[in-house]
Design a protein around this ligand. Structure first.
Ligand SMILES: [Zn+2]
Ligand SMILES: [Zn+2]
Length: 307
């Protein structure tokens, strides 16, 4: 199957917002659903993942009348980092509580800071009625190390493969990544998903450097789609009384500069400052997307096709 498409499920940064003046762009926090080669991959598990999980459940139930004949839900979740706005929806993602579902979660982790332990502490147990060990689905939680990439073969579940000497076969979805230290306190994973000759970059919670982030530019060179943090206007970023420099987020100009330097074919602004309502984001849209070709504002439900 040569499909490669995305649906933005939550585009807000920091915390969810709920008011009628946020309905157009949406109030849910970070989550992008990617469908590649028949696989469902979520970039982050902010509150936007909840509705996506409900839809997967509906599809599962509709797949057959008898439970034993239903097509099991299989998903991969890639976590950029473990800040709350990227995790809030995880425990309310219904397939987690479905015995037949297969869920593979990947994120930054090591022996000292194991992702499974971190998730167990942060979103289960004391902060949720269930412990991680009570979760019903077939759940694998993987620590990422930069010598590896994630490969999803057709009709298979994801596996970590050593990058050295690896050559993808036709139909493979390949996910590469690196840890960037531009986001306080523990950095953030930047992901590249490649399939069928096309690639997308997911770079949320990422502040740029003066003159561009050279490692990032190299990593994202010639990508087809760049999803980039665009939390602040330059005015807010440099605000004399309350500057946002060092908070680990970019301005719209920084995102455009990253697009230019990496020669990305398309750019989607992402991870909006929660106080920016629809009218403010409309003004930003007018300012940046009318002058720059192939630049888009993310909103809940926004779909992008990479076929
Ligand atoms: Zn965030
Ligand atoms: Zn963050």
């Amino acid at each position: 199957m040569a499909d490669f498409k995305l649906k933005f499920r939550g585009v807000r940064g920091s915390f969810p917002v709920a008011d009628k003046k946020f309905l157009q762009y949406g109030g849910n926090t970070s989550c992008v659903e990617v469908n590649a080669g028949g696989h469902t991959i979520f970039l982050d598990a902010g509150t936007g993942i909840v509705k996506a999980g409900d839809e997967l459940m509906e599809k599962y139930i509709a797949s057959a009348l008898e439970t034993e004949n239903r097509t099991p839900v299989k998903t991969t979740i890639l976590l950029s980092h473990i800040h709350q706005d990227h995790l809030l929806g995880l425990t309310f993602f219904k397939p987690m509580h479905l015995k037949t579902a297969q869920i593979d979660i990947f994120g930054d982790g090591s022996d000292k800071s194991d992702l499974k332990n971190n998730l167990s502490d942060l979103v289960f147990g004391k902060t949720f009625p269930l412990d991680l060990s009570d979760i019903k689905c077939k759940l694998n939680i993987h620590n990422l190390s930069e010598n590896y990439c994630i490969v999803i073969h057709p009709d298979s579940i994801p596996e970590l493969v050593k990058k050295e000497n690896f050559a993808p076969a036709e139909g493979d979805v390949v996910i590469t990544f690196y840890k960037s230290y531009v986001h306080p306190q523990d950095g953030v994973m930047v992901y590249k998903i490649s399939y069928n000759g096309k690639s997308l970059i997911y770079a949320t919670d990422k502040e740029s450097y003066l003159g561009g982030d050279k490692k990032f530019i190299n990593f994202s060179k010639n990508c087809d789609l760049l999803i980039h943090d665009a939390q602040y206007t330059s005015e807010d970023y440099l605000n004399h009384h309350s500057p946002k420099q060092g908070f680990g987020h970019s301005t719209y100009e920084m995102a455009i500069e990253a697009m230019r330097q990496s020669n990305a074919k398309n750019l989607v602004f992402f991870h909006y400052e929660p106080s920016y309502d629809d009218s403010k984001l409309d003004k930003i849209k007018e300012l940046y997307t009318s002058q720059n070709k192939n630049v888009y504002m993310a909103y809940e439900g926004f779909e992008f096709n990479l076929e």
